[in-house]
Design a protein around this ligand. Structure first.
Ligand code: G1P
Length: 294
């Protein structure tokens, strides 16, 4: 069954990047010249996603504005013959009806945020994309996963994973590695998951990255999911229950992961993404050299 819908949980407070996120959603922080949320929506579109579901919270209205037409801006650019800017805005503009917004009314965790999208997703497999993690690669991380999901067939769940140093495993969901997939060396059946294991107890170094493909049966589980690590309703705990009746695969994706929810990660992502751009690479390199020589 085609994966048509992606859920973007965007209700988080962004406490790791205060004060930037005091009055502005963290998903609107810019990497080079685009908000974070734009990168993940583009990644989802590249992967064939047709409907973009945002689980928002208070003070997140500007995300909805970002994906709307700006009539005054369009008219003003037209009257000044700014063809390049008009084309750039049009490229990112979802069509009418392609986006939906719903609110997570209390900060109860990622599992609860995903559950808030149940009516909008309905009874079909869907993707979950966490906007503060960017993966720099072409094809993008979600496209790599959906290609594998299509090969695996129905009723499979997939989680993107990446190796992290042992001293960081307690910050992530962690997967145990089962059998390798016969033809896809970077995919394996998941043998156990745990959310933020205490240091020294992690079953492996493979951390869950913010990309998932899930079957709709997860919603029934999340409905009654109790609070787990950090006192929150955890998506990982819901997946552990679903793994009793359905298959879960880990996908070691190709690409560079950037944790833009932390200040060093955000700064690094800005440099990495700018260095990919033909229009910025040389200028940035010259500025950095001039700065370092000071
Ligand atoms: C969430 C997930 C965790 C995953 C992480 C990736 O945690 O619960 O399993 O490894 O995203 O960024 P959070 O970062 O929201 O605490």
């Amino acid at each position: 069954m085609k994966i048509r819908k992606a859920v973007f949980p965007v209700a988080g407070l962004g406490t790791r990047v205060l004060p930037a996120t005091k009055a502005m959603p963290k998903e609107m922080l810019t990497i080079v010249d685009r908000p974070l949320i734009q990168y993940v929506v583009d990644e989802a579109r590249e992967a064939g996603i047709e409907h973009f579901i945002f689980v928002t919270g208070r003070n997140k209205g500007v995300i909805e504005d970002h994906f709307d037409r700006m009539f005054e801006l369009d008219e003003s650019l037209k009257s000044r013959n700014k063809a390049k800017e008009i084309a750039e805005l049009a490229r990112f503009q979802p069509d009418a009806g392609e986006t939906s917004f719903t609110r997570q009314q209390a900060p109860l965790g990622l599992g609860h945020a995903v559950w808030c999208a149940r009516e909008l997703v309905g009874n079909e497999p869907f993707a979950v994309v966490l906007p503060d993690e960017l993966v720099l690669n072409s094809p993008g991380c979600l496209k790599q996963m959906i290609d594998i999901a299509n090969e695996l067939g129905d009723k499979s769940n997939l989680v993107a994973v990446e190796e992290v140093p042992t001293e960081l495993t307690h910050q992530y969901g962690i997967c145990g590695v089962g059998e390798r997939h016969a033809s896809r060396a970077n995919a394996f059946t998941i043998d156990g998951m745990v959310e933020k294991p205490p240091q020294g107890t992690s079953p492996s170094n493979l951390s869950i990255t913010g990309r998932y493909i899930l079957q709709p049966e997860i919603f029934k589980i999340l409905e009654t999911q109790e609070r787990g690590a950090g006192g929150e309703i955890q998506l990982t705990d819901g997946m552990i229950k679903l793994a009793k009746s359905q298959k879960f695969y880990g996908v070691e994706f190709e690409g560079e992961r950037h944790d833009c929810g932390s200040k060093p990660g955000f700064l690094r992502a800005n440099i990495a993404y700018a260095m990919q751009r033909d229009d910025l690479r040389d200028g940035l390199r010259a500025e950095m050299l001039r700065y370092l020589e000071k």
